[in-house]
Write a protein that binds this ligand. Structure first.
Ligand code: MF3
Ligand code: CO
Length: 247
């Protein structure tokens, strides 16, 4: 999982550097697939339940699972990139939301709140804590900033499959559910909307959008719980959101 997660992190970092107005979301997908294969990994989403691409590229009111396409990014968009990689049968999974050019104040705040929610959730993912402490940390961080938590999708265990038990809701009371133990590896993935929490799935059967068409952001890390604390397997050196979680 270290190997696959490292490729996920490095690919996302490269993609972020490519993002600019005029780039199509399919160009991001093509770059990602070629880079992953060159690094000795395999895209994990492609073929998963029939998903046809390497990346999910969700723009603005798209929450998650949007198909890469000829759509070109525009100044003021926010774009969520979600990526899974498998190496030797072991999975890594991460997501990030980034601004394209100059974005609104609300978009900046939504991105910051969702990233902070992931950081807080990682801090809560300590052996001895309960599973729902993670959920509660996400919900608190997002709702105190005036945004809403998407309830239709959850984080998950990860390992020899992309999705393993347990499911990790992004909301709930603290101190419920199983006690976290060293050895668990989790994909924690808060999704937050600027408006209401409701989402709907489009006719392509994949793309999730906010029902009120407000902006949505998504951050995800694959994290390993160890005797010595939490390791963020998909962190990129120098990225503060993951640095924070190491302390
Ligand atoms: N990060 C998402 C998840 O863990 C992405 C899944 S996309 C799919 O569920 F194509 F693989 F379904
Ligand atoms: Co995931």
């Amino acid at each position: 999982m270290r190997k696959s997660s490292r490729i996920v992190a490095d690919t996302l970092q490269k993609l972020v550097r490519l993002i600019e107005p005029g780039l199509s979301t399919l160009e991001l997908d093509r770059f990602a697939e070629a880079y992953i294969v060159r690094r000795g990994g395999k895209p994990a989403f492609k073929g998963y339940r029939g998903y046809p691409y390497t990346l999910c590229v969700s723009v603005n009111e798209q929450v998650v699972h949007a198909f890469p396409s000829g759509r070109r990014l525009e100044d003021g968009d926010i774009v969520s990139l979600d990526l899974g990689v498998v190496v030797d049968g072991y999975y890594g999974d991460a997501a990030i939301t980034v601004p394209v050019g100059k974005v609104s104040e609300e978009a900046r705040r939504l991105i910051a709140a969702t990233r902070a929610a992931l950081s807080q959730a990682i801090l809560a993912a300590r052996p001895g804590n309960h599973l729902s402490d993670i959920s509660h940390a996400v919900q608190s961080a997002i709702e105190t900033q005036g945004f809403s938590v998407v309830r239709l999708f959850v984080g998950h265990g990860i390992g020899r499959s992309l999705h393993e038990e347990p499911q990790i809701p992004n909301f709930g009371p603290p101190a419920q559910g199983p006690v976290l133990k060293p050895g668990l590896v989790l994909a924690i993935e808060p999704m937050a909307n600027a408006g209401g929490a409701d989402v709907m799935i489009l006719d392509d059967r994949w793309t999730a959008v906010t029902r009120d068409r407000s902006l949505s952001a998504h951050f995800e890390h694959t994290v390993a719980l160890t005797e010595d604390g939490v390791q963020v397997l998909t962190s990129v050196a120098g990225d503060e959101s993951s640095e924070e979680a190491k302390h």
